[in-house]
Design a protein around this ligand. Sequence first.
Ligand SMILES: CC(C)(COP(=O)(O)OP(=O)(O)OC[C@H]1O[C@@H](n2cnc3c(N)ncnc32)[C@H](O)[C@@H]1OP(=O)(O)O)[C@@H](O)C(=O)NCCC(=O)NCCS
Length: 339
Amino acid sequence: MGDLSIRRIEPDDEAGLLAWRGLMREGCTADRTAAWWQSPDTTLTQFAHPRADKRDIALLASLGDEAIGGAEVNIVTDAPADVELTVLPDHRRRGFGTVIARAVEELLAGQASIVQTETYSSAGIAFAESRGLVVGNQEDRLLLDLPGYLTADANRYKKDSTSPPSPAPPDLGPDMAITSWIGGCPEEIVEDWAGLREQMDEDVPLGDLTRHLKHADANALRTHEERMDEQGWILVSSLAHVDDLPVGYTEIMVSRHEPDIVIQEDTLVDRGYRGRGIGRALKVANMRQVHSVPEAASARWIQTYTAANNAPMLALNRDLGFATVDTMTALEGKVDLAS
Ligand SMILES: CC(C)(COP(=O)(O)OP(=O)(O)OC[C@H]1O[C@@H](n2cnc3c(N)ncnc32)[C@H](O)[C@@H]1OP(=O)(O)O)[C@@H](O)C(=O)NCCC(=O)NCCS
């Protein structure tokens, strides 16, 4: 094995960050179908304007002049650190991943107590386990053909339509109302939305992973909206009320820079209101809004993640036309356990 040198890319080194991002994308998405990766512009903004509670570190590993691997380390105050690590396919099983992992572990020592990582391959799972991490959760990654879905939805009531009908939202009765918006949440429901997002943090199935509860008040939400806009994200959201009570929400994110894959983010329905079709109604209403986002005109896929054991959400997603393309495995370990 030749000597591997590992260097940290400075947050203002735009060319270095772009080269690093390209390598991370290549290594982490090799052999995957329609894999999503953060756009170059979003990466530059992320490093130029770090979140107040987060440190992002980019490491590039080279053999001589040739970059062959890298890592992204996110150290978050009072939360597990996130690590993404890769070695390009031609250089695997030669111990380079281990060398990069040791550099990451040195960086994390004293900075975080728990580390988490995500992978889509058995090699990635075996590798993370070789560093002392254990599997904490698995989620299916699902894709939906967005133009196909929207065409079928628009043609649902046309008699001569050749497209298969998309499922109609059920009649939820007069007490349920959905508010949909693009961009910033309307002021009159921002407190409702903040409350539901906090509930989502508590409810989302995480398997054995350590749960980190963020306090998301209305101010924090506005900061989040500004950051997302700065990074090129258009937020497309819908919130359900039963009478005056907020009972659920869903959110889609469209990247201005790379709209090919649109991201279906969180969907939550309050426990007391599940099984009444509110989740479906929210998702259908929100996907219809994507029609009115000009940047999404060229979108090919909508992507979502659902925990492998979340049967109701998997069933709903499949019914809407989503299909599983691969499985994400999340692993976790104590920082001082790895050696
Ligand atoms: C995971 C990855 C970084 C491993 O890089 P690597 O340089 O091949 O890893 P190493 O050679 O240092 O392997 C260290 C140990 O990991 C385990 N391992 C790595 N690849 C493996 C594979 N294909 N099958 C089984 N075990 C594997 C083994 O225990 C190995 O030790 P050994 O070679 O003595 O048996 C690389 O496959 C990769 O980039 N995958 C895509 C991204 C990813 O999933 N990253 C992991 C989480 S962020």
